[in-house]
Design a protein around this ligand. Structure first.
Ligand code: EPU
Length: 427
C-alpha cells in the first residue's frame, strides 16, 4: 500500500487551488435520480468517494459520462442521465464502503416509489445511526421496514404525500435525504431544525435549478412545495470549505503564507475565527482566502457544533495546529462520540494531549518528531499530515486510502507550496 513520506520543516508559501466539495458532490450526484433529463455537474473533485458514488449510480442504470474539465474549474465535468432507473437496490457491498450511499434513499423513493438500501453500519468516528433519515421519510408518508440488513422504503400509490418533520438532532445527511424526497412529493413539506451547512444550501440551489420550490434556503426551517417533475440542469459544485480549512492549518503550522484559490471565506467563517484566535491572519481576497502565520501560535478553546458553528470535520486538523501552540487548549467534540482517533498517533509524534469523553486537553509543545503513523478516518489522517509538515525529521503516513477519499491530489497541492512530501509505493 502507498504511503506519504513527509520531511518536516519547510515553510509553505504560494497559491493552492481548492477543489469542489466532496460532501456537496455526494449529495448533488443522487439528485440525478430525480429526473429523466441529464444532470451535469461541474467542478467535481477526483476522489475515491466520488468514483464510488458514480459506480453506485451505474448500478441503478444511470449513465455517467465524464467530459474532462473547463479552464475555470479545477475539477471534472460529469453528466448523469437517469432516463430509466433499472434497479432500486443499493447493495451492501457498495454501501459498506461508502456511507454516503444512504443519500440515494430519498430521491429513489420519490422518483420510483420504492427504494432498498443496505444499512451502512457504524464507522471509525462513531455509531452513526440513520434513524432520522427514516423518521423524516416516514413523516412524508413512506412505509419503511428493516429486514436482513436492508432498509426497504415504499411510497403509497400515487407517490409520497409529503409532511412535516422536526429534527430532534441536527443531521446533514437526513436533511439532504428529506429535501430530495420532498422536492417530488405531492404536497408541501416542512423541515424544522434542519441542517443549514453550506453543502445543504448547495443542494437546495441545485434542486431549485432543477425546478424545485423551496423556501427558507440557508435557514433551519425549510418549506418544500413538491412539484410533479424536475428537469435537468448544469450546476457547479461549491468549493470545499474543509479542504480549504485543512490547508490553512497546514500553512499556519509551518509559519507560512498561502492563498487558498477559489475558497469562500463566508462558508468557513468559524474556522477562520478559530485560526485568528490562534494568531493566524486570515483575509478574504479576490476569489480566495489569504492565510499568513508568523510561527507563533496561541492556545485557544474550541467546540464543534452544527453550522454556523465550528465543523467537526475541522477538529482534528485544528488539534494538530494547537499541539504546537503556546499554552493549553481545550477542545470539545459535540457531534461524533468517537472522533479522537488521531490523538494516540499525534502523541506518538510528541504531542501532549489528554482526552476524557468528548473533551481533549492539548498542552502545546515546542517541537514534535516525525514518526510512522496511520489513522482510521479521513480528517484524522489529515491531522497527521499537518503535524508532519512541522515535525523534526520524517513522518510516514500510512493507510493513504482514507486521504484519497477526500483530498484531491494532496501531495501535488502541498508540493506546489513548497512542502517536502511524496507518495511512495510499499516495498
Ligand atoms: N445522527 C443520528 N441519526 C441519524 C443521523 C445522524 O443520530 O439518522 C447523528 C450522528 O450520529 C451524529 C450527528 O447526528 O452524531 C450528526 O450527523 P450527520 O447526519 O450530520 O452527519 P452525516 O450526514 O452522516 C456529514 C458529512 C460528515 C460530517 C457530518 C457533520 C457527508 C458525506 N458527510 O455526515 O463528513 O462530519 O456531516 O458535519 O456529507 C467527512 O467529510 O470527513 C465527514 C465525516
Amino acid at each position: 500500500m502507498d504511503k506519504l513520506v513527509i520531511k518536516g520543516g519547510n515553510r509553505l508559501s504560494g497559491a493552492l487551488p481548492i477543489s469542489g466539495a466532496k460532501n456537496a458532490a455526494l449529495t448533488l450526484i443522487p439528485c440525478a435520480l430525480l429526473t429523466e433529463e441529464p444532470l451535469t455537474l461541474r467542478n467535481l473533485p477526483r476522489l475515491a468517494d466520488i468514483d464510488g458514488f458514480q459506480h453506485l449510480m451505474g448500478q441503478f442504470g444511470v449513465t455517467v459520462s465524464i467530459q474532462g474539465n473547463r479552464p475555470e474549474d479545477f475539477g471534472r465535468v460529469v453528466t448523469y442521465e437517469a432516463t430509466r432507473v433499472t434497479n432500486t437496490v443499493a447493495p451492501y457491498d457498495l454501501v459498506r464502503k461508502m456511507r454516503a450511499s444512504i443519500l440515494v434513499l430519498g430521491p429513489m423513493l420519490a422518483r420510483m416509489g420504492e427504494a432498498t438500501v443496505s444499512l451502512p453500519g457504524g464507522c471509525a468516528i462513531g455509531n452513526r445511526p440513520i434513524d432520522l433519515h427514516l423518521e423524516a421519510l416516514k413523516a412524508f408518508g413512506a412505509e419503511i421496514e428493516l429486514a436482513e440488513g436492508y432498509v426497504r422504503a415504499h411510497a403509497p400509490d400515487g407517490g409520497l404525500p409529503g409532511g412535516n418533520f422536526d429534527f430532534p438532532v441536527v443531521s446533514v445527511g437526513a436533511t439532504e435525504n428529506a429535501l430530495m424526497a420532498a422536492a417530488l412529493a405531492n404536497g408541501t413539506s416542512r423541515l424544522g431544525n434542519a441542517a443549514r451547512e453550506p453543502e445543504i444550501v448547495d443542494l437546495c440551489n441545485l434542486l431549485v435549478a432543477m425546478g424545485a420550490e423551496i423556501e427558507g434556503i440557508g435557514s433551519s426551517d425549510l418549506t418544500i412545495h413538491g412539484v410533479k417533475r424536475l428537469h435537468g440542469a448544469t450546476y457547479r459544485v461549491m468549493p470545499d470549505r474543509i479542504e480549504a480549512g485543512s490547508y490553512a492549518c497546514a500553512a499556519a503550522i509551518t509559519g507560512g503564507e498561502v492563498t487558498l484559490d477559489g475558497a469562500k471565506a463566508g462558508d468557513m467563517a468559524a474556522t477562520l475565527h478559530a485560526l485568528r484566535n490562534i494568531g493566524v491572519e486570515c483575509e478574504e481576497v479576490k476569489n480566495g482566502v489569504h492565510i499568513a502565520a508568523n510561527g507563533k501560535l496561541l492556545a485557544t478553546n474550541l467546540s464543534t457544533a452544527p453550522y454556523p458553528g465550528l465543523a467537526t470535520d475541522m477538529q482534528a486538523q485544528l488539534m494538530a495546529l494547537l499541539c504546537r501552540a503556546e499554552g493549553t487548549s481545550v477542545l470539545t467534540e459535540t457531534i461524533f462520540e468517537n472522533r479522537y482517533m488521531h490523538v494516540p498517533e499525534l502523541t506518538r509524534m510528541g504531542a501532549r494531549i489528554e482526552t476524557s469523553g468528548r473533551t481533549a486537553i492539548v498542552h502545546g509543545v515546542g517541537s514534535m518528531t516525525g514518526a510512522e503513523v496511520m489513522a482510521t478516518d479521513l480528517r484524522a489522517s489529515m491531522s497527521l499530515v499537518i503535524a508532519g509538515l512541522a515535525a523534526d525529521g520524517t513522518t510516514n503516513v500510512n493507510r493513504l486510502y482514507h486521504l484519497d477519499r477526500g483530498y484531491e491530489r494532496l501531495e501535488e497541492k502541498l508540493q506546489l507550496v513548497g512542502a517536502d512530501i511524496e507518495r511512495v509505493g510499499a516495498e
